[in-house]
Design a protein around this ligand. Structure first.
Ligand code: BGC
Length: 433
């Protein structure tokens, strides 16, 4: 805890009392025992120094697609126990993180026992602090050797992924609380509707060519570069076989699903592609095996006949250029509940902003929406905010600020923002009035 700015925890008492008054009435609070409140993060974005990852290799091409390298990230690798303690002290009872495959299997077939032991300590730390660990088996990053061999661009990529999932479950499954096989495998399908695709496509094509040429692996395929060429059938198969493998080992000890990126899609014009988009982005994944659905929502979109439309002129947008739409989460939960009977966990929801008062406003509206869903009988079992820490936001580098807690880029000192205290108070109270 010594790297955490304790003064800020005390001085942000103002936010805490605001939260407490906002959580006064009991009627709408979430009474469900075991409802998860917490934050979500991903290994590559926070741990630092994941040298054996495909993304590290991509970052060091002569034509990188990233605004800046990830480097030490938030040095979570060395500070994870402090961060877990901080989470618990804020009032949370859950902690989502991902396991970095390239730490566990840095070369094909070469298993790092130290890597496995590291994540075992992370899981133990969660339990010691009363946090249910929500574990993503892969979150965008894969080992270099896996990308070099073509990853999921070839059916041969399925077996190594399934073996890795088996390994993790065998060694760590006894401590996992909730699991997702992979993070947002539907993001490519989602992005294919976005107007940003025309800007991204040439940049990504350039990076793909550079990766193949500079690494010397002509079949190099990184999930990040495959964004615009989503291979859903192979990816669905990889998830399905991983799901079966995990369940064969762990039985019903913890629920397993997949996280899905879902915008609140609204018709932008009288002729709209909302249904077609849903069929592409959601349907294959809701039909795939899973005990739960992990919903990840950041915004709403107006959908035209064949593509998303930009936010309306004058609409507030976040640092990511998304419409500020905290109410979108409730709509998405309701949509998903109509499409499947599976329990829902919100495994990501958040806003990139330098102005924490907007995050406070965002959280209040988003959480109120979750509570209305629960009050209406929808089976929602958790709200995990993205993210505990400001972190490395992929191609955008460190500029977008998604964290409840800021991180000094030189000392790595953690400083909770008022929004951290607000969400912690909400978690303690079981909701907001
Ligand atoms: C991803 C995270 C990302 C977040 C914010 C999600 O789609 O899972 O890795 O940082 O969005 O953009």
């Amino acid at each position: 805890m010594d790297q955490i700015d304790r003064r800020s925890l005390l001085s942000a008492g103002l936010a805490l009392s605001a939260a407490a008054s906002a959580t006064g009435a009991a009627a709408q609070r979430i009474a469900r025992p075991g409802f998860l409140w917490g934050t979500a993060g991903a290994a590559y974005q926070v741990e630092g120094g994941n040298y054996a990852s495909d993304i590290w290799a991509l970052e060091h091409l002569t034509t990188p697609i990233f605004a800046e390298p990830s480097g030490d990230a938030d040095d979570v690798y060395n500070r994870v126990h402090e961060d877990i303690a901080l989470s618990a002290s804020l009032g949370f009872n859950a902690h989502r993180f991902s396991i970095e495959w390239s730490r566990i299997e840095p070369e094909q077939g070469q298993i790092s026992l130290a890597g496995i032991a590291y994540y075992r300590r992370v899981l133990e730390s969660c339990h010691a602090h009363g946090l249910t660990p929500v574990v993503t088996y892969i979150h965008n990053s894969v080992p270099r050797w896996y990308a070099a061999g073509g990853g999921l661009s070839t059916p041969d990529g399925v077996a190594p992924f399934v073996r890795y999932c088996e390994l993790v479950t065998r060694h760590l499954g006894d401590l996992i609380g909730v699991a997702a096989t992979m993070n947002e495998p539907n993001i490519g399908a989602l992005l294919s509707w976005s107007p940003a695709v025309t800007r991204l496509a040439p940049m990504i094509a350039l990076a793909q060519t550079a990766a193949r040429r500079q690494t010397g692996y002509p079949n190099w395929s990184s999930p990040m570069l495959d964004l615009l060429n989503p291979r859903q059938p192979i990816t669905v198969e990889a998830h399905s076989r991983a799901y079966d493998a995990i369940k064969a080992i762990s039985g019903d000890r913890f629920p397993v699903g997949v996280t899905l990126a879902i915008n609140d899609d609204k018709p932008g014009l009288p002729t709209s592609g909302v249904e077609a988009k849903r069929a592409q982005v959601l349907a294959p994944w809701l039909a795939a095996p899973g005990d739960i659905v992990c919903v990840q929502n950041y915004t709403e979109t107006r959908v035209g006949p064949t593509a998303d439309m930009p936010p309306e002129p004058g609409q507030e947008v976040t640092q990511m250029g998304y419409a500020f739409a905290p109410q979108a989460l409730e709509a998405v939960i309701r949509t998903v509940s109509q499409l499947t009977r599976r329990p829902i966990y919100v495994t990501e929801n958040g806003i990139a902003t330098e102005d924490d008062t907007r995050r406070v406003a965002f959280i209040k509206t988003a959480v109120a929406g979750v509570q209305r869903c629960v009050a209406d009988g929808l089976d929602v079992r958790g709200y995990l905010h993205w993210s505990l820490l400001d972190n490395w936001e992929w191609t955008s580098g460190y500029r977008p600020k998604f964290g409840l807690v800021s991180v000094d880029r030189t000392t790595f000192r953690r400083t909770p923002k008022p929004s951290a205290l607000l969400l912690g108070a909400i978690a303690r109270a079981g909701g907001i009035a």
